[in-house]
Ligand binder design. Structure first.
Ligand code: 5AD
Ligand code: SF4
Length: 461
């Protein structure tokens, strides 16, 4: 694999300055997951490097970039809806440049659709491609070409040192791997984010130390499958070793999280490591997708419900305080009522504090897209509802006994009601409590007073 180092493109900065004759403004919007948000932070970093100032709305911008998500059809429709709204802007101000970046930018279906229905889009960039933005802008500004093109997704490439501007001063994302090699049969990610590449532990540690020194209080390591970290690297370091390295080499007053774990690669060693370091949170997001072994095999997940439950049981034994969350997909092609019942059984057995539920969405180009999908939408919607009802009951059962206990949380945002703030506990639960804005990014001790759906109520002590 080729490791590249980002260098500021002086020529591009000059072209941009000459093109506008004043400081230009850019607007970037993220439509996707944490990885997408982190990619957006890099797009912003590169734009500032090129001399742009960032603005809060497309109306004020000379350059509008949408950083897109392709994981479900619904995510793509949201992007198209928002793109449509830019047509009027382009008609009003012809000089404004519009770009589509991220996962959708790699799909052929997107390119066809842009040509047909959104010809006003000027540039298309793939995933992890912030370092290619300067040359694309130069091409657009110096030629009359419609620079609509998809650069290669950089399968065998990893660029370090791309500048980035973080959205928060106390919460940070830190990618440890890029891409995915798992090819779950429903998933578009391996096709749009390319082959799995791990950063070196030295590069990760240097960025991590920088965040701890800068006072970041919550650092989340990112990867499509963090548990396969190191695969293909020369270093003899697995994911648990990396966690231990970060905790020992950069001690401090922060919380360390990670996502996403893949059950086929998650190990007991990782659970032991979580237990060994107080910075590591008592929470594991371990997407199971389904409780049926037949469906898991069709999904190419390469574990069984029994394997999964074995790891959860071990985690509960080692760390009784640990909480679990999961992604569950309903209505995978061929899923029967009996398969779905197995998912319900698994959810009852694990006892998740949070569930992210999705109805299967056919993604052209994936293996599952070739399988007939005979279950009607009503049956799928009904299954999702039963799952949500069960989850509501489960979370109340898990959290109600916490009433009266004191937990430490990191204040994140304003609460849903006036005069309240939200804090995230070590176990990833959110607590709403009476407080005024201004305390974001500090740790508070909170006594739990009640449970409201997926949210806890608390008071400061
Ligand atoms: N349809 C529905 N949900 C999907 N996910 C991934 N691909 C699809 C799809 N084609 C869900 C999985 C994954 C989460 C991030 O998104 O549950 O864990
Ligand atoms: Fe998609 Fe599976 Fe890779 Fe996750 S592990 S990104 S679900 S292919």
């Amino acid at each position: 694999m080729e490791r590249l180092q980002y260098n500021r493109d002086e020529h591009a900065a000059e072209v941009v300055a000459a093109h506008y004759g004043r400081q230009p403004a850019a607007y970037v919007r993220s439509f996707g997951c944490q990885q997408n948000v982190n990619d957006t932070e890099r797009l912003v970093g590169v734009l500032l490097d090129l001399g742009y100032a960032m603005v809060d709305s497309p109306q004020q911008a000379d350059l509008v970039l949408f950083n897109t998500c392709a994981v479900r059809e619904h995510a793509e429709q949201r992007v198209y809806g928002n793109l449509g709204a830019l047509k009027a802007l382009k008609q009003k101000r012809n000089g404004v440049l519009i770009g589509l970046c991220g996962c959708m930018g790699v799909e052929k279906t997107t390119i066809d659709k842009l040509r047909e229905s959104y010809p006003f889009v000027d540039i298309v960039l793939g995933t992890n491609a912030a370092d290619q933005l300067p040359s694309m802008l130069v091409e657009k500004m110096t030629t009359r070409k419609k620079a609509l093109r998809v650069p290669p997704i950089g399968d065998e490439q990893l660029t370090e040192g791309v500048p980035l501007v973080r959205q928060s001063s106390y919460r940070a994302f830190l990618p440890i791997t890029f891409g995915c090699d798992n090819y779950c049969s429903y998933c578009i990610v391996p096709y749009v984010r390319g082959r799995e590449r791990s950063r070196t532990s030295a590069d990760i540690l240097a960025e991590f130390k920088g965040l701890v020194d800068a006072g970041y209080k919550e650092i989340t390591l990112l990867g499509q499958n963090v548990n396969s970290y190191g695969k293909g690297n020369d270093e003899k370091m697995d994911f648990s070793d990396l966690l231990a390295l970060l905790c020992t080499e950069a001690p401090g007053d922060y919380k360390l999280r990670f996502m996403t774990s893949h059950p086929k690669d998650a190990t007991r060693k990782m659970i032991d490591t979580i237990c060994a370091y107080p910075q590591l949170c008592n929470h594991l997001h371990l997407p199971v997708q389904s409780g049926s072994n037949e469906i898991l095999a069709l999904m190419n997940r390469r574990y069984t419900a029994e394997d999964y439950l074995g790891l959860i049981r071990y985690a509960k034994e080692q760390c009784p305080e640990m909480t679990f969350s999961s992604d569950i997909m309903v209505g995978y092609p061929g899923e029967t009522e009996a398969d779905f019942e197995k998912t319900m059984e698994l959810v009852r057995e694990v006892g998740y504090t949070q569930l992210f539920t999705f109805i299967y969405s056919k993604r052209p180009g994936t293996a599952a897209a070739e399988q007939p999908d005979l279950t009607d939408h009503k049956a799928k919607a009904d299954r999702i509802q039963r799952l949500l009802d069960l989850q509501e009951e489960m979370v109340a059962g898990i959290c109600t006994p916490w009433t009266g206990r004191v937990f430490t949380g990191l204040v994140e945002d304003a609460g849903r009601t006036e005069g309240t703030m939200q804090a995230r506990l070590d176990n990833n639960m959110l607590v709403e409590f009476a407080a005024q804005p201004g305390c974001e990014g500090s740790f508070v001790d909170l006594k739990i007073t009640g449970v409201r759906g997926a949210m806890l109520d608390g008071v400061t002590v």
